[in-house]
Design a protein around this ligand. Structure first.
Ligand SMILES: Cc1cc2nc3c(=O)[nH]c(=O)nc-3n(C[C@H](O)[C@H](O)[C@H](O)COP(=O)(O)OP(=O)(O)OC[C@H]3O[C@@H](n4cnc5c(N)ncnc54)[C@H](O)[C@@H]3O)c2cc1C
Length: 351
């Protein structure tokens, strides 16, 4: 098989990269092993435009939202599903001090933060003592449906191989790459945490971060919002809710822990006034890094070996835009934004 590009991984990064390569009429094949515990398959898909105790806007959020919302809508249209939902975030204040801090920030961030007219409108469903603030717009990306639907389309078009990619089988030169029976001009790694072990990219400053989530069924929680009290709670399909997550920089393995389950069950028991049933518990590892900026571009020495990675906690908002940047770089020689271009690590990548 001869193609322009070989893409490794079909999480949210590989999905968007292959989507834009297809739009640019380039030939490609994706290799993905369908790991059910990959970050994109465990994530809720929440896009929250603000972050931290100081409730500031996240990096590039205005640019990202204006690009990604129509992009997800377009992808959804093509796949016959609703790819993105706008929901406001109901942020329950844990203390009176946090309420005051939120109210202060509303004045400075009037495009995203709001004080509700009725502080107590969720009292039937949740226990809370200090009211809430509202973050709007937030979004939930329908990863649960997008990933398999895009995969199905790729399979149908003979553009996806469901198998493990084995790096020992890769040959590369200035003229292109060979992998088993595939010849391609370039290979692009969108393989999440596996790139941190990859001989070409393992020197990038990955700082992997584990997170766990619990899935619950509940008949009484509104599906129209995302709710936050320590953790985020959101509907991911009718009657099914996702609650998470924690952020661990040190961890012995990528498995769910009893400790997280107990802690989350306790939180749910004290927070929810409605009945719930735990139906699943998952864990995954985020392809995060110290700088909290993506890793996009081509290896400084091996020009045919590229990467779309380092999405950290924000794959749903970063992946579409940066996959498009890499595609425009390939097709139109457009510069990759400097903060994301792996050129910034030339020294450590050429060591
Ligand atoms: C608990 C948790 C909650 C999260 N919640 C959110 C959220 O709400 N919103 C948000 O924006 N982000 C969230 N994230 C972060 C988000 O999941 C990541 O930023 C994003 O999924 C990274 O996507 P990716 O495609 O780069 O990598 P991955 O999702 O890891 O995808 C890599 C793909 O490559 C495949 N692969 C890897 N190695 C091989 C190989 N050797 N051969 C074949 N295939 C291979 C895997 O099967 C996988 O399909 C969360 C992460 C976690 C862990």
């Amino acid at each position: 098989m001869v193609v322009d590009y070989l893409v490794i991984g079909q999480g949210i990064s590989g999905t968007w990269l292959s989507y834009y390569l297809e739009k640019a009429n380039r030939s490609f094949v994706v290799i993905d092993n369908d790991n059910p515990n990959s970050a994109s398959r465990v994530a809720a898909g929440i896009i929250n435009p603000v972050t931290g105790r100081r409730i500031v806007k996240t990096w590039m959020i205005d640019v990202l939202l204006s690009f990604i919302v129509p992009a997800y809508e377009e992808l959804g249209k093509e796949l016959g599903l609703k790819a993105i939902d706008q929901k406001s975030l109901i942020d329950f204040h844990p203390t009176p001090q946090m309420k005051m801090a939120f109210d202060e920030r509303v004045k400075e961030n009037a495009d995203f933060l709001f004080q509700p007219k009725d502080q107590w409108q969720y009292q039937q469903t949740f226990n809370y003592d200090f009211g809430y603030g509202e973050v709007d717009p937030c979004y939930v990306v329908n990863l649960k449906e997008i990933l398999p639907a895009w995969r199905k389309k790729l399979l149908f078009n003979n553009q996806l191989l469901e198998e493990d990619f084995e790096i020992a089988e890769l040959d590369h030169s200035n003229n292109g790459v060979n992998y088993k029976s595939i010849k391609a001009d370039k290979i692009i790694f969108c393989d999440g945490i596996n790139s941190s072990q990859n001989p070409f990219f393992k020197n990038l400053p990955f700082a992997l971060n584990k997170g766990e989530v619990i899935l619950i069924e509940s008949p009484g929680i509104p599906s129209t919002n995302i709710f936050k009290k320590g953790m985020m709670l959101t509907s991911i399909e009718k009657g099914l809710y996702w609650i998470g997550s924690n952020y661990l920089w040190e961890f012995p393995d990528d498995q769910p822990t009893e400790q997280f389950r107990k802690q989350t069950e306790l939180l749910l028991k004290t927070w929810l006034k409605v009945h719930f049933k735990i139906v699943d518990h998952k864990a995954s590892v985020r392809p995060a890094n110290i700088e909290r900026r993506p890793f996009i571009g081509f290896h400084p020495t091996y020009k045919n070996i590229g990467i779309v990675n380092g999405m950290g906690t924000k794959g749903c908002s970063l992946a579409p835009w940066f996959a498009k940047q890499l595609t425009d770089h390939l097709i139109y020689k457009k510069e990759i934004p400097a903060e994301a271009d792996i050129k910034r690590f030339t020294k450590i990548l050429t060591r």
